[in-house]
Design a protein around this ligand. Structure first.
Ligand code: DGT
Ligand code: CA
Ligand code: CA
Ligand code: ZN
Length: 584
């Protein structure tokens, strides 16, 4: 169904670009409607087109059908290309800045000659923005703040973009003649939330052929380096990719070196030196005191084929990639980290009752298809107006509908829950009587995400200590590269969460990854329970789980600490009693 999603993305762009150009609001919203139709469609749009049924879909008229057909045939849409050509590229990039919607961006362009981040900064600095009608000082301060944040973050690519791209590169390069192995390394292999560049390592009998294929890809914007056994490119999507080709028998050493982190490499080299050995990207060698690199003198390595071989020759425990950061000690045996297969439940998800795209049954089916046996349906609460949050009456109807679904899906454990808004002062959005009717309560901050640190601490502390709250959803509300979110006193919150048995969520959406890795690590040290949820609004969102698991692994999460790994009975027991983890 990824064609549907890709096409939906194109129509979203059409709508945004039209809005920037100041197009008629009716036309803009017609395109937004197409986005929704595509996202909700339970068939492949290509099949619909083949059977000539495009125009029978609600919201799709003749013009839209023609655009869809053109996309399916050619991969592009003329109208979209035309819109793109009318608008400066840099202007489109402004849409990534929090607080800047297409309407405002259009105004900035027409009324203040803003065309990119740089000219936006200039317009703020020279007071041009302040002179525009209906542009208050507070709005401008917010834009300036978001712009500065985005500038700092823009050099790095979120893992949600980098990982699928790297996987695609790996599988394509594997089909090049002579190639036997391709791996990604670097920060991506360590599961970092953002990636500076993608590092690939390959084994092939024809290095020249591989370098040529790599540098001649159609999506290359610039070839940065090209040699016999290595190359670097910048893709049109602005991501840099490094490729190194090595002989099979040193793959382990190269993989170890280029996976890093730099700090981990330094520690391993020191370890080697202390044992009278030398470690580099070609292997672990005996240290004979000669300055010239041992591989150039024909000296055979003590270990080089696999990472395992090298760790064991250094008499170290094998460290998983996620635990190779500066804060990790290579001497310490790693815990048995959580894996994707350990997860049994999704405990934070949305349906069409609030702002999700799936019905209750569709969500249950999608969860089952992912191999999970437990689903908690947690639509938004009343104050989340923009997310169509449920009034108490609507919640009652929804709970009944969720309970009804149990008869139709006897193989699944289905929980009726809510994602209850945590107000700025820590009060919850429903009264306790209402919360008591739910099987599970996820409490999350959604608004007032710029409040002072001490207020944020008090706010979250109240929710953590609330006896009816099971999980704190996306605890800080940060969005990677878009907004920093709350900055509470973490040690205070973690201690309270551990004592109350309240789980802290790692929201697996790659734009959130909240809690973040360093906080997860502190939470594990404090004895907290952890939840890993996708916050699914569509069926595809359930695939975000792997990003949550990667973040959990970086935070040393073990299956016994994660409530999503509990089997049905144990989960129900925890939900009923909210017991803390036994400190072992
Ligand atoms: P990134 O790309 O900024 O997200 O982070 P990394 O970790 O992927 O860094 P990158 O791409 O510069 O280099 C990949 C790995 O290569 C890095 O994790 C460790 C290794 N490496 C690169 N430069 C050095 C260095 O100067 N010293 C050491 N010890 N290792 C290095
Ligand atoms: Ca890298
Ligand atoms: Ca690199
Ligand atoms: Zn949610």
């Amino acid at each position: 169904m990824s064609v549907n999603r890709q096409l939906a993305g194109y129509f979203e762009q059409i709508a945004s670009l039209m809005e920037i150009t100041g197009a008629n609001a009716f036309k803009v919203s017609a395109n937004r409607k197409v986005v929704r139709v595509l996202e909700d469609l339970d068939r492949d749009i290509a099949d619909v087109a083949t059977s000539g049924e495009l125009e029978s879909l609600d919201g799709i008229g003749k013009g839209t059908a023609a655009r869809i057909s053109q996309f399916l045939e050619t991969g592009t849409i003329d109208d979209l290309e035309h819109l793109r050509s009318e608008i400066p590229d840099g202007l489109i990039g402004l849409l990534d800045i929090s607080g800047l919607g297409p309407k405002t961006v259009g105004r900035l362009w027409r009324e203040a000659d803003v065309t990119d981040r740089q000219s936006l900064k200039a317009a703020i600095d020279d007071g041009r923005l302040a002179s525009l009608p209906r542009m208050g000082a507070k709005t401008i301060a917010n834009i300036a703040d978001s712009l500065a944040f985005a500038q700092r973050a823009s050099q790095r690519t979120p893992i949600g973009r980098a990982l699928p791209l790297a996987e695609q590169l790996v599988s394509q390069l594997k089909t090049v003649p002579g190639v036997t192995r391709v791996h990604y390394a670097g920060s991506l292999r360590r599961g970092c939330e953002t990636i500076g560049d993608i590092d690939l390592i390959a084994v092939t009998t024809d290095p020249t052929g591989l370098v040529d294929t790599f540098t001649n890809r159609p999506d290359v914007a610039k070839v940065l380096a090209k040699g016999d056994t290595k190359a670097a490119i910048r893709l049109t999507s602005d991501i840099q990719v490094d490729l190194r080709i090595v002989p099979e028998d040193v793959l382990g050493a190269t993989l170890l070196y280029f996976t890093g982190s730099k700090e981990h490499n330094v520690l391993l080299r020191e370890r080697a030196r202390s044992m009278h050995m030398r470690l580099n990207e070609y292997g672990l060698f005996p240290d004979d005191g000669d300055d010239e690199p041992p591989q150039q003198r024909g000296i055979a390595p003590l270990a080089s084929a696999t990472e395992d071989d090298i760790y064991s020759a250094l008499e170290l425990p094998m460290q998983p990639c996620s635990l190779r950061e500066s804060a990790d000690d290579p001497l310490v045996a790693p815990p048995a980290l959580i894996e994707l297969n350990d997860i049994r439940s999704e405990l934070h998800s949305h349906t069409t009752a609030s702002d999700g795209h799936l019905t209750i049954d569709e969500l249950i089916n999608a969860t089952r298809d992912r191999g999970l046996g437990i689903i908690a349906i947690t639509d938004h609460s009343v104050s989340s107006v923009q997310a169509n949050g449920l009034s108490v009456d609507r919640l009652h109807t929804h709970i009944a509908a969720i309970h009804d679904a149990r008869d139709r899906h006897p193989d699944m454990l289905i929980l009726a829950g809510s994602e209850v808004d945590i107000h700025a002062d820590g009060r919850l959005d429903y009264d306790d009587d209402v919360l008591r009717e739910l099987d599970i309560v996820v409490a999350s901050p959604h608004a007032s995400l710029k409040q002072a640190s001490d207020l944020a601490t008090e706010r979250l502390l109240k929710a953590i200590e609330h006896p009816l709250v099971h999980i704190i959803g996306h605890p800080t509300g940060r969005m990677i590269g878009r907004r920093p979110g709350l900055d509470p006193n973490m040690p205070v919150l973690l201690e309270a969460a551990a004592a109350n048995g309240t789980a802290l969520e790692i929201n697996a959406n790659p734009r959130r990854l909240d809690l973040r890795d360093v906080h997860v690590r502190q939470a594990m040290a404090a004895g907290c329970r952890i939840a890993i949820n996708t916050d699914a609004h569509t069926g595809d969102h359930l695939a975000f789980l792997r990003y949550g698991v990667l973040t959990a692994r970086r935070g040393r999460v073990t299956p016994d600490a994660c409530v999503n790994c509990l089997p049905p009975d144990a989960l129900l027991t925890w939900l009923a009693q909210k017991s803390p983890l036994l400190s072992s």
